[in-house]
Design a protein around this ligand. Structure first.
Ligand code: SF4
Length: 94
């Protein structure tokens, strides 16, 4: 029978071997799209006549200016592009 320290080390190694691949997929697992509301509001990933999400009062910015963010109108969606647009666009006041 292996000493307690060795068995414990093996257990830790096995847990890491299982957990690391799962952790690598977490951002994808938490990403979400609300396709029903996107469609209803005619959301697109490109600007419209110079208007885009990053200039909209409803936009919730991501970690960087280029990162995908959220929207207070298209709820439960974490993949709103800062260069996107929809019919609910409302220019943020300066
Ligand atoms: Fe973009 Fe429309 Fe949301 Fe404004 S309301 S941030 S334009 S998706």
């Amino acid at each position: 029978m292996a000493p307690l320290q060795t068995r414990s080390s093996r257990r830790v190694w096995m847990l890491r071997a299982i957990a690391l691949p799962l952790a690598a997929q977490l951002p994808a697992a938490f990403a979400a799209r609300n396709d029903a509301v996107r469609t209803a509001l005619k959301y697109q990933d490109t600007p419209n006549a110079g208007n885009q999400c990053s200039a909209c009062a409803q936009f919730v910015a991501g970690a960087t200016p280029q990162a995908q963010g959220g929207c207070r109108v298209i709820t439960q969606d974490t993949e709103i592009s800062p260069t996107g647009w929809c019919v609910a666009f409302a220019r943020r006041s300066a």
